[in-house]
Design a protein around this ligand. Structure first.
Ligand code: FAD
Ligand code: NAD
Length: 479
């Protein structure tokens, strides 16, 4: 008789592989179905995040930021390096090596935790069964007490600008060009557009971003978004808001993009076009027709706060359910669900969800914006501090940006932190922790921060909420 699994996870991205590892740690007999075939034509774990998302984009952002620093900032720091040049194939090769090592690492963790990797495409059947179709088309049926669906998301395509070879690409295609295009158009000035637009701009491409909405980064605190827009424009990213893309045509190895803005219709030729207009949940055929798991009109599985679907024993996590499409959000859901299947009473705090855009400067935030608090009628107070007044930022020669923190005046609790600046992604963690612990602004103000560090900017922002920051002129009159 074949063994019955306690848990089968479908999808081995950051939501699914983390769920599988946590389930196995808790002694549950666990399998993970994953169908991904990587660039080297080999099956791979890690999903979008490790193969074509978070990790490869950050590898290229790192290389290109150092390239830009070497070209433009070393001289100011007293370092003469002669001519700095690029080796794009080597840079892409390094990125691929990082990906291969990390995805191989997940495979190793599966072995160490006794998780069966069922290679192929999974489908949830009725009666607690999962069908796996392997890469040769052979089906096997597996019995399980619980199923966790973690099949992730895929890029949204636009019918007016169909993908074509390596000229009109989605985010995955834009991670693999072997030479620097002289011009790149990006449709969508969202997170991917800004990160990948920055990568190619730093390498020397002229980058134009066409954005349909009239507001830039509407999900970001207004003051931070304004500073980001100003800074990115200064760097050379040409961000065109309120712009409607009408179509594209590939001709003689280039792409002609037609778009419309307040000034009328335009046609511009680029070497490359990246379509980065969001992602959609990948939920097609994940459940056989007799399995009635409820989905919404966008294909997202309906779940409660514990990621339970309407069918007992079937859970859904990560990009296939409500909430931001972020790797860490999916991973935490994976941990929660695995622990609940093992009988623990786990939950997660969706109100304290860190967000980062890995441009330079980085944009990072957690909690509520001023605009949200205003609309909710919350009596709040803001503290802020510019990196221009930070000794460490000055020493680094990297002073663009600020820290802005917000407290609820009724209880002094930190309800939002919004940053733009050097290492904002890392600095955000202290505010995330503070919010998770229900800390007050006074708690942050009381905490001793090492000098000279960038984290002092968060401390000073907390002090500034009471008009007592030391390194900016905010003197309060005594009552
Ligand atoms: P996925 O990572 O999409 O994984 C789903 C997996 O399921 C895939 O491996 C797929 O092959 C598999 N699968 C699907 N259907 C089946 C099936 N029927 N059978 C078997 N396997 C199946 N997020 C961040 O938090 N930080 C970042 O810096 C960041 N950068 C990004 C950069 C880019 C360019 C992109 C595209 C995304 C980025 N994201 C980032 C978003 C992040 O990648 C996703 O939110 C995250 O990967 C979602 O995790 P997931 O496990 O839900 O899905
Ligand atoms: P996004 O939602 O961040 O941005 C898409 C942008 O495209 C939006 O500004 C939207 O208004 C615009 N747009 C949509 N249709 C358009 C059209 N027809 N013409 C012009 N503009 C149009 O989505 P994304 O950048 O594709 O990223 C997808 C997801 O991946 C995001 O939800 C994000 O959560 C995740 N991601 C996260 C990170 C990170 O955490 N650093 C990095 C990359 C991606």
């Amino acid at each position: 008789m074949t063994e019955v699994y306690d848990v089968i996870v479908i999808g081995g991205g950051p939501a699914g592989y983390v769920a599988a590892i946590r389930a196995a740690q808790l002694g549950l007999k666990t399998a993970c179905v994953e169908k991904w075939i990587n660039k080297q034509d080999k099956p791979a774990l890690g999903g979008t995040c490790l193969n074509v998302g978070c990790i490869p984009s950050k590898a290229l952002l790192e290389s290109t930021e150092l390239y830009e620093t070497a070209r433009h900032n070393f001289f100011d720091l007293g370092i003469n390096v002669g001519e700095v040049s690029l080796d794009v194939p080597k840079m892409i090769g390094r990125k691929d090596k990082v990906v291969t090592e990390l995805t191989g690492g997940i495979e190793m963790l599966f072995k160490q935790n006794g998780i069966d990797w069922l290679q192929g495409t999974g489908q949830v059947l009725a009666d607690k069964q999962v069908k796996v179709t392997d890469h040769k088309g052979k089906d096997t049926i597996h019995d399980t007490e619980n199923v966790i669906i973690a099949t992730g998301s895929v890029p949204i395509e636009l019918s007016a600008t169909p993908l074509e070879g390596n000229i009109v690409v989605d985010s995955a295609g834009a991670l693999d060009w072997q030479a620097v295009p002289s011009s790149v158009c990006v449709i969508g000035a969202g997170v991917i557009g800004l990160e990948l637009g920055s990568v190619w701009r730093r390498m020397g491409s002229e980058v134009v971003l066409l954005e349909a909405q009239d507001a830039f980064l509407p999900m970001v605190d207004k003051a931070i978004a304004k500073e980001a827009q100003r800074t990115f424009a200064k760097q050379g990213l040409d961000i065109k808001l309120s712009t409607r893309v009408m179509g594209s045509t590939v001709k003689d190895g280039k792409v002609v993009v037609r778009f419309q803005d307040a000034k009328g219709e335009h046609e511009q030729t680029f070497d490359k076009l990246i379509v980065a207009v969001g992602r959609r949940a990948f939920t097609d055929n994940i459940c056989a027709s007799e399995v009635n798991v409820q989905q919404d009109e966008r294909g997202l599985f309906h779940v409660n706060e514990h990621c339970e679907t309407n069918v007992p024993g079937i859970y859904a996590i990560g990009d296939v359910v409500r909430g931001p499409m972020l790797a860490h959000k999916g991973s935490e859901e994976g941990v929660m669900v695995a622990e609940r299947i093992a009988g623990e009473n786990s939950s997660m705090n969706y109100d304290v969800m860190p967000n980062v855009i890995y441009t330079h400067p980085e944009v990072a935030w957690v909690g509520k914006t001023e605009e949200q608090l205003k609309s909710e009628g919350v009596d709040y107070q803001v503290g802020s501090f510019p990196f221009a007044a930070s000794g460490r930022a000055k020493a680094k020669g990297d002073t663009t940006g600020m820290v802005k923190i917000i407290r609820d005046k009724s209880n002094d609790r930190l309800v939002g932190a919004h940053l733009i600046g050097p290492s904002a992604s890392e600095l955000l963690a202290q505010s995330v922790l503070a919010m998770e612990f229900d800390a007050t602004i006074e708690d942050i103000a009381h905490t001793i921060h090492a000098h000279p560090t960038l984290s002092e900017a968060v401390h000073e922002a907390a002090l500034s909420a009471d008009g007592r920051a030391i390194h900016i002129g905010n003197r309060k009159k005594r009552a």
